[in-house]
Design a protein around this ligand. Structure first.
Ligand SMILES: Nc1ncnc2c1ncn2[C@@H]1O[C@H](COP(=O)(O)OP(=O)(O)OP(=O)(O)O)[C@@H](O)[C@H]1O
Ligand SMILES: [Mg+2]
Length: 671
């Protein structure tokens, strides 16, 4: 027996089929007086079947209709009828949200979108997920965190510095979890700092850095027990962390030109940074492009740049939204308004419950992948699913999603897969080196005039580029061709023993020695005994005069750091040792003589040629950063001297592995 008419009506309503044309037709038949009982009965059975079928797949598979002539992205195929589910690219200015638990396919979908889109994109990448796309996009620029250069205190082109002060202060207090009262203090200090740089008059460099801001706050007069004194204390401590760890990122008058980068596909690998720094960096970059677009008065709304943000709760955190005293977090505001400026955001997270309401409300396209059940309930209403659809959506497979686009009905979609080949750190560096080298930046610089003059001079301080920042005195020396070759060879391949070098240059021992004498006489090089035991030999060091001469000759010196050749020799040996044991290691990176990274683990090795306080400063910085820290002393007496210094300092000596370069072995560099 099929269910009664009233029962069928109830079920149709429950399944949202009450206005389904086929159901309506059957319902009319089931009650039509001109049909006999058997025919009415048949109609009831068909209705029952329709409902059962719908229970198994409670959707209509209606997809957005888009002309094939417009820019679009294919998400995948509807699960039942295998229709292509396409999105108009322009729709992304109204943003998209992707919600799915770990391993559900968020990153895959993002990669797929990147590949499908024609507008440039930026990805904020915490897990080194997107560097693997370098083989798929020729022009992709990947910036590992240690290679990002960005000064958040530089206002975007065309933006009034006074406005930027407020943006900076708001984002800083938000990302660093400071109370809104600190914001007022920060505004006051940055305003004075901008005054020192004559920035309030004109948005031209040089620009102060976070380091300058730290200094300014440090010099700020406030009684420690006063309110202002407290703000000073908290802001200072946050900045100390930023400037110490992020010195190589933030300490520039001008970082890479965002105005240029916004036309390119860029992956910002923010994963190596502390959480708050990640939040600050992402929010400031977003604000930067937003206000830049605003200043360009480009309100066409045409899609210009798409930001891909994983772990979106970092930027759009409900906790910040709840701190009502602060009002809506600035980033939410920007998101709501960025549509006008053609900035699209694709935000993904595994915990939609932690995202702001504003993010959920302001995403025209929502993609729900498999979710943990507690999180499922937090987002499911935003997708407009009825009860039966909810049941279906609870049991999605990896790569399956419910897509909700604007006012359309939600549709289950089998998302396209996107596979990538893994790119190693080495491959990445090889692929990107050239691109990194082409990025311009301006080192940090003091203002070109004293603050007291700033009110009456109309001069604009110039911003010298890194390339010609260093001036040298002219070095006039006449060298023989052999000596010149030898010197150039030393500059380009520092680590070679003297006799091997002669061989590489095809110089006889006699000719080689003649050339060497010339260089020694002119005090361009020094001769030094390097290495130990079997591998001991003589190498050349470069003197200051030698460096100056080479610079004049436009020869690039391939020595990193300012240490001598023995220092470099040990750095090279230690790098090899680290690499043998699985680290990816670099000489002179991040203020460490040798820096190694292996997944999430980091190590710094300092080569100490003497008993210097500077070594301890470095050690302190590395420990602060949370790296495993090793000091390799030149010999026993340096080691003893450092040991004493270490014990006298307030550093935790137990955290530092102190050894000599000769004894340094696998054990010292293990975690
Ligand atoms: N559309 C898809 N079709 C088929 N398989 C998929 C699809 N999307 C993802 N997968 C599979 O699931 C795995 C995990 O996907 P992905 O890395 O995109 O998940 P995720 O949500 O980003 O995870 P996490 O939260 O851990 O970063 C992929 O390696 C792939 O094997
Ligand atoms: Mg992922």
């Amino acid at each position: 027996m099929p269910p009664s008419i009233s029962e069928l009506q109830r079920r149709l309503e429950k399944h949202g089929l009450d206005d389904n044309p086929k159901a309506q037709k059957l319902l009319t038949q089931a009650t039509a007086p001109y049909l006999d009982q058997e025919q009415q009965w048949r109609a009831r059975i068909l209705l029952q079947k329709l409902i059962q079928k719908h229970r198994r797949y409670p959707f209509t598979d209606s997809v957005p209709q888009i002309s094939y002539l417009t820019d679009q992205a294919i998400l995948g195929k509807t699960i039942k009828s295998e229709k292509l589910y396409r999105l108009q690219e322009q729709d992304l200015v109204q943003h998209a949200g992707i919600f799915g638990r770990s391993g559900s396919g968020k990153t895959t979908l993002m990669r797929n979108l990147m590949a499908e889109l024609s507008a440039p994109f930026w990805a904020f990448d915490r897990k080194q997920d997107y560097r693997h796309l370098i083989h798929d996009f020729d022009d992709l620029l990947v910036l590992p965190w240690y290679n990002i250069k960005f000064n958040p205190l530089k206002p975007p082109e065309g933006v009034k510095p006074i406005l930027w002060i407020q943006v900076f202060a708001t984002i800083f207090t938000d990302s660093m979890d400071l109370l809104s009262a600190s914001r007022g203090f920060l505004i006051a200090v940055v305003a004075e700092l901008y005054q020192d740089y004559n920035l309030l008059k004109e948005n031209t460099g040089p620009y102060p850095t976070l380091q300058d801001l730290f200094q300014k706050i440090n010099d700020w007069k406030a009684h420690p027990s006063s309110k202002e004194g407290q703000y000073k204390g908290t802001v200072k401590s946050r900045l100390r962390g930023l400037t110490k760890v992020g010195g190589h990122i933030f300490n520039f008058s001008e970082g890479y030109s965002i105005e240029e980068l916004r036309h390119r596909n860029v992956v910002y690998e923010v994963g190596g940074l502390y959480k708050e720094f990640q939040a600050l960096m992402q929010a400031m970059l977003f604000a930067y492009v937003y206000y830049h677009q605003l200043a360009q008065a480009n309100r066409s709304g045409e899609l210009q740049l798409i930001l891909f943000v994983e772990e979106a709760k970092q930027l759009f955190s409900v906790y910040q939204e709840q701190q009502s005293a602060k009002g809506i977090p600035v980033i939410d505001d920007l998101m709501a308004q960025s549509r006008e400026f053609g900035l699209g955001i694709v935000a993904a997270d595994q915990e939609p419950g932690k995202l702001t309401e504003s993010l959920k409300a302001n995403t025209k396209t929502k993609v729900m992948l498999p979710l943990e059940s507690t999180q499922f309930t937090k987002i499911v209403d935003a997708l407009g699913l009825n009860d039966i659809q909810k049941e279906y959506a609870r049991n999605l497979e990896t790569g399956h999603a419910i897509v909700k686009h604007g006012g359309r009905d939600p549709v289950p979609v089998q998302l396209k897969n996107y596979q990538t080949e893994t790119v190693t750190e080495k491959e990445l560096i090889e692929d990107q080196r050239e691109k990194w080298n082409q990025l311009d930046f301006t080192p940090s610089k003091k203002p070109n005039f004293s603050p007291s003059e700033s009110t009456d001079t109309g001069s604009t301080p110039s911003t010298d580029r890194q390339r010609d920042a260093e001036s040298t005195e002219s070095v006039q020396i006449a060298l023989s061709e052999e000596a010149d070759d030898l010197l150039e060879h030393i500059a380009e391949n520092p680590l070679q023993f003297v006799t091997d070098r002669y061989d590489s240059l095809s110089l006889s021992y006699y000719k080689g020695n003649e050339a060497k004498k010339e260089l020694l006489e002119e005090d361009l090089v020094s001769e030094e005994s390097v290495g130990t035991g079997q591998s001991k030999g003589t190498m050349f060091g470069l003197t200051e005069k030698g460096r100056a001469y080479l610079q004049e000759e436009d020869v690039e010196v391939q020595w990193k750091g300012r240490g001598g050749i023995r220092h470099l020799y040990w750095q090279d040996q230690i790098r090899d040792l680290l690499e043998e044991h699985g680290w990816t290691a670099f000489i002179e990176k991040l203020d460490a003589d040798v820096y190694g990274i292996d997944g999430g683990d980091e190590i710094a090795v300092e080569v100490a040629m003497g008993v210097n306080d500077r070594e301890l400063d470095h050690v302190e910085d590395h420990l602060d950063t949370g790296w495993k820290t090793v000091v390799a002393a030149r010999n026993q007496s340096v080691k003893k001297g450092l040991q004493r210094k270490l014990e006298d300092s307030d550093l935790d000596a137990s955290q530092v592995a102190l050894t000599t370069v000769r004894k340094l072995d696998a054990e010292d560099i293990q975690l």
